[in-house]
Design a protein. Structure first.
Length: 349
């Protein structure tokens, strides 16, 4: 078993990575519980694959296990879905001592975490991520929340889990598309923080080494969020490729998935920064090659001006400045602040 510890001002917790850990998750969850009730939140796809394994492991310890299954899909990252979780918690008489287990991908973790942060002003929650994207990124660091009609993640809370359990075997049931989607975030970690990881991804078979790759990504994530839990500085680097990526996601009416948009976003922003001399020459080509190796499409199918407009509007509020994350070379990143009005010129340079 591989173990990492995340040490934030709000909470210190472990990330445990082991094949088959779903079947003995009780061993790690039980010591953390203050109450007897556990609500497993999962979606309509994941429930068919993994719910019984987690549920049975907890039931054999005499816990009162309730389940809440929501329809799979990004559209469910909505306050109404969270309200339905509150209702299930109330109907099953959950108190502040009880616990939510999020079993699934990023949407499941985000809405379950937000329900946990707000039900009775905060109950414990545990993440069991089952997609590559949630295993390497969203299950760690405590970003929880929902989308509103005005934008993604506009309502939420920083709320750290008590534990993150990762079973790399769950990746076997991911489609190639969703495996590649997660690789968008994996490549991001190499770009912003670790040339060694980037080169490892270039030279090695990804699926054969996925456990080691997850570990290396999470080492970076744990270090970054331990230093800057609430994104007042360093944590911003985790948003590399996201300003332009979110814009592409929105322009595609969410027909493109998050990780594939992050890949396109990384390419686009690095293309501009390379032209402006802010990034070492050749990085775009390296990122493009690695994305292609991982099955990620790097074509940009929207006009740059539309992407710039959409990105500018995504960052709402009175702030006239935009913090964009750039890399100076593979493995090293920095924050570049520009006026919002100059973003289109920056991107089209
Ligand atoms: N996914 C970026 C972050 O957790 O900050």
């Amino acid at each position: 078993m591989k173990k990492l510890t995340v040490n934030t001002p709000s909470n210190t917790y472990d990330i445990l990575i082991e094949r088959g850990i779903l079947d003995n998750c009780d061993k790690f969850i039980l010591p953390l519980l203050s109450g007897k009730r556990v609500l497993i939140v999962t979606d309509s796809n994941v429930c068919k694959l993994y719910l019984n394994r987690v549920k049975n492991a907890l039931l054999k310890r005499g816990l009162l296990v309730a389940t809440h299954i929501f329809t799979a899909g990004e559209q469910q990252k909505h306050i109404d879905t969270v309200e339905e979780i509150y209702n299930t918690l109330s109907e099953n008489e959950f108190t502040r001592k009880d616990c939510i287990v999020a079993l699934g991908g990023g949407v499941c973790g985000d809405i379950s975490g937000f329900a946990a942060a707000t039900y009775m002003r905060g109950i414990d929650f545990i993440q069991i991520p089952t997609t590559l994207l949630s295993q390497v990124d969203s299950s760690v660091g405590g970003k929880t929340g929902v989308d509103t009609k005005y934008g993604k993640n506009l309502v939420g809370a920083f709320y750290q889990p008590k534990l993150v359990l990762i079973d790399p075997d769950t990746l076997d049931t991911l489609t190639d598309h969703y495996f590649a989607d997660g690789m968008g975030e994996v490549i991001k970690y190499g770009c912003i923080y670790s040339e060694e990881l980037f080169e490892f991804l270039e030279k090695n078979d990804i699926k054969e080494n996925i456990e080691e790759i997850i570990l290396q990504c999470l080492k970076i994530k744990a270090e970054v969020v331990s230093k800057d839990e609430k994104e007042s500085g360093l944590r911003m680097i985790l948003n590399f490729g996201h300003t332009t990526g979110h814009a592409i996601e929105k322009l595609s009416a969410f027909s493109l998935s998050h990780g594939e948009c992050v890949a396109k976003g990384m390419m686009l922003i690095t293309l501009a920064s390379e032209k402006l001399g802010l990034t070492e020459q050749g990085c775009v080509l390296k990122i493009a090659r690695l994305c292609q190796k991982c099955g990620l499409d790097t074509d940009i199918n929207f006009p740059l001006h539309d992407i710039a407009d959409s990105a500018k509007n995504d960052k709402k509020g009175a702030d006239k400045k935009l913090n964009i994350v750039l890399i100076d070379k593979i493995g090293s990143s920095f924050i570049h602040t520009i006026d919002k009005k100059d973003f289109a010129r920056f991107l089209c340079s």
